[in-house]
Design a protein around this ligand. Sequence first.
Ligand code: BG6
Length: 477
Amino acid sequence: MSVKKFPEGFLWGGATAANQCEGAYLEGGRGLANVDVIPAGKDRFPVALGQLKMLECDNEHYYPGHEAIDMYHHYKEDIALFAEMGFKCYRLSIAWSRIFPNGDDKSPNEEGLQFYDNLFDECLKYGIEPLVTICHFDVPMNLIKTIGSWKSRKMIDHYVRYCETIFTRYQNKVKYWLTFNEINMLLHLPFMGAGILFEEGENQEEVKYQAAHHELVASALATKIGHEINPEFKIGCMLAAGNTYANTCAPEDVWKSIQKDRENYFFIDVQSRGEYPNYAKKMFEKNGLNIKMEKEDEEILKKYTVDFISFSYYSSRLTSADPQVNSQTEGNVFATLRNPYLKASEWGWQIDPLGLRITMNSLYDRYQKPLFIVENGLGAVDIPDEEGKINDAYRIEYLKAHIKAMKDAVNEDGVELMGYTPWGCIDLVSASTGEMKKRYGFIYVDKDNEGNGSLKRSKKASFDWYKKVIESNGECL
Ligand code: BG6
């Protein structure tokens, strides 16, 4: 019997995002961004949705990203811990407003550029390959105030200049890039995901798809420029993935599940196949959405498609055409129907390892490009025992089952997989709830929901477990 394993050079690692771990939100010349004004607490969702307009910080709210886990000052210690686990790869994002504090500045902020130089050098010192998300939800506030963020076509130029700057600067340090984190999030959390606010009377669907068009063109241009600057670059897209199951075998349910999946595939269809799918064109027509496109856009999208498909996977989804079936549970932003065959996390996110294999197969069948799982994991409450140790057996169980499923997808189904970077490899601020209590890490950070704590880092039981997984290239689970 052949041993199931991962390819040589498989990129094991972990993932974070600047706005959820760096903190130091106004240090080093960094400018204010949408992600800085999204508070914890009851106003978080209304602000993230763009329903409650908040463009400055106030004293009444707590903004968990301002300090986060202060990785800005702890990155050496944190990367040393990643290296101790044997990381081959570390996925992080660059904070756009560290490089261009206002988004439209004449020249980039040298202090910001230097910070990431230091961070990449630290990774490379340990042989850790950086995988960089160019935009993980953040938009410089000035661009939101002056041009309405991605609503405006002018954003393409600002984003492209930002890409050109970081591609040029880091061309010998970074090879793997992602243009936009969870690009489909724009439809669900427009302010948090893309800095979009709506005016009275605006057709919100039209605004969102117009903004999406701008991001898609910007992403294609980034791919073009990146490959010109360094032909060795591998540039990918990033989808919040998870297949949608039909609640029953009623054809109406099956049809609804296909339509639900298309809402997400739409973005990757454009980024990977290089053109708007017919179902999207028909949807625009049917709903009277008038999306403005320039003559050259078609060619740009066609010519500069992504090299690989990256995605986050936390859970599968479930849908029904029957309005009577409506028992919902939480998911990665998309609420979904409760699947009676699945258990759920403390936050209601359903746990479905086989769903990862299903999702990988769907994406690979559809695009025939290498995949990269850049987020996966269990958000859970961790309680230290008497000796202060976190025995997170539940997290190990979750990850083990998902790694087994991805092993099957690779070995049994022949899916090409470049790597695996579980989310929040060090505890950080939750994007959906703003909590610290929702932890994903192998490394515990002493900080609570209210911002108290020493920020001390300590290893959880999963730290040693994951180290062995990496050491054995996934054979020892
Ligand atoms: C993804 C995001 O949606 O899921 C991350 O890319 C986020 O930014 C992660 O943190 C987990 O979600 P949450 O809400 O548990 O932090």
